[in-house]
Design a protein around this ligand. Sequence first.
Ligand code: ZN
Ligand code: ZN
Length: 741
Amino acid sequence: MQKTGRITVRGIVQGVGFRPFVYAQACKRGIAGTVKNLGSEVEIFARGEQFEAFLAAVSRGPPLSRIDSVTVTDTQKEIPEGFFILQSGTGSLTGMIPPDIAICDDCVSDIFENGGRYQDYWATSCVNCGPRYSIINEIPYDRERTSMEEFPPCPACVQEYEDPGCRRHHAQTIACSTCGPDLTLSDNQGNKVEGLDPIREAASLLDAGRILAIRGMGGFHLACIEESADELKHRLGRIEQPFAIMVRPGHIDRLACISEQERTFLESPVHPIVILKKRDPTAHAVISNLHTIGCMLPYNGLHHLLFHYLKHPLLIMTSANMPGYPMITGIDQAMSKLNRDVDFFLTHNRTIVNRCDDSVIRDGFIIRLSRGIAPMRSAIDLGKRCILGVGPELNANSTMYKNGFAITSPHVGNVRNPATLEYLQETVRNQQRLLGAKFDVIAHDLHPQFLSTRFAREIASDHGLELVPVQHHRAHIAATTTRPCIGIAIDGLGYGDDGTVWGGEIFSGQAPDLRRVAHLEPVPMAGGDIATRFPERMLYGIFPDKKILSLLGARGWTDVELGVLKKQVARNFNVTTTTSTGRVLDAAAALLGICRERTYDGEPAMKLESAGAGGHPETWDLTFATLNGCEVLSSRSLIQTAFEKMQAAQGEDARMINTIASSFQYNLARGIAQLALQAADREEIKTIALSGGVAYNHAIRETIRREIAKQNKECIINDQYPLGDGCVSFGQCVYAGKLLE
Ligand SMILES: [Zn+2]
Ligand SMILES: [Zn+2]
């Protein structure tokens, strides 16, 4: 029997080949009707014998779609013979455009097909792959609302676009070498390098050791071979910080040990940078002086072609920006900012509408939420009001909540400078436009001086909106779970309720009612922020002992410097107090002489982890105390034990450093787990949530998890959002939503 109905599919249904998919399913099952894109929903009118089977197929959707709901209603509408894709209309905007998607295998084959239409074409894509977020101006997602609008398709592309049997049927990014965006190779003065093929030329320049700026999907990369990495480091003044690399598929197993899960991530439509364990911890030290190395596979046609011509097996591929500043996207800006750092530019002429960095994943946890993942959308009920979370200061992004969905932007950076603040503001405007959102509530960090806090206040006062300040670590826990829990937030720095710097906190309750019940010992940061850069100041602050002064003296501190440091700590002058876990790890790294000056975010703790990766931990005594009703773990006793072990092992080989580093992390983690488990027993709570940047540390996270499991408690870690500050804007939204419920 024939059945007729109107089917509405809501969710991520744009830019994922939904309409061609529906068309193909209809043809397969003899269904007559129409399909139309309405922003965040697709409307289908259908009639046929196999209506139910068609409905079932449509409800599953194509691989890249995310379907929230499918509704079927009766219709009196006249349905034509045959099946048609109609012009897009506008509808409600609760869905979202998908992120950029790595090139699919079919398109890679097209590029290398001899005599094929897409042979050697760098921007080959189809309904299953290619740029989305980075090119979109407005939704519905159609070519005229993207930066592909400047490239009208040639007759051959039009034919494929209109051919229901083709993989590029209704592919908005369809383009070929005749009609699509093209590439230019120029020197660092902007002079075009003449030659037959810019990619082939670029590959031979790279092989010869030259440094190139390459314009990609979401911004510029700086690229060079391993042999030129040292030169690049010196040009950028980034001597210590590891670079990410892009590796020829097939070569990656020679560099790193890869688990099945890691391989799945590497090859997924996201194609993120995955932090892998090196096969030989000391190899490729010029790329990374840690035991890990950040690798990704080629993720667009340009990359595949580059590796086709390149003789070397890997390229340094680092985002072209100053640390914490937004990635450079425009050609003119790249030419003026990078001309001293690079020798050549390989650029394309497609506008990058929305900037997007590479995503970074480690052990299955997101470090940087960006290309391929963001805009990140998750279903959560936070009430009727529309909420904006503007994030913290470091590793910021923004999250918007509307009608049952939270949508988080790609990584923005460190909102410490006007350029990044401007990028945050632009990101919020884009989100607002793409979602048609009108905020009622702005959630922000408790820190009164953050630029993001000032931004929140400005929007609120301009539009008369409600402001909700959210303590940094409570946002971490709210981003992890909304269930009653004991929350562990182990982190760098966050402004606390009492105006001191928090970062090793245990909470009890349920967002937004999270009570601080335990923490690390408050210790002085001698000289304030400068103690973050010079971790030996943390070391002396935590363990103000004569022996530490002589250790620092032996390392070259002058008597005058030591005198000032001693006075600062003794008189509590120019000192802030912190419970930060990151700063305690910094102090341990300083004690062991692993890192005496921090040149990038997290450096001392990362180097401590690398040193510890080669050692076997010993169990040390832990010291606890009670302070103002909170349980406190003594950081000083841990540092003191490490110091004594170091003295006792004087003259032994480097393995001693590995053992102490590994033991320090192990015992700190054990102590933090004990604080949480004691609280869980007291409060009779079975669930423990874990978040914060320190939770990326494999040894610390796994120790905490094991200790919790031993006591038959559940440990929750949210692997959909970063553990570091990239989850804070989402957590702010959750907190505010629950508060105002
Ligand atoms: Zn494709
Ligand atoms: Zn074409």
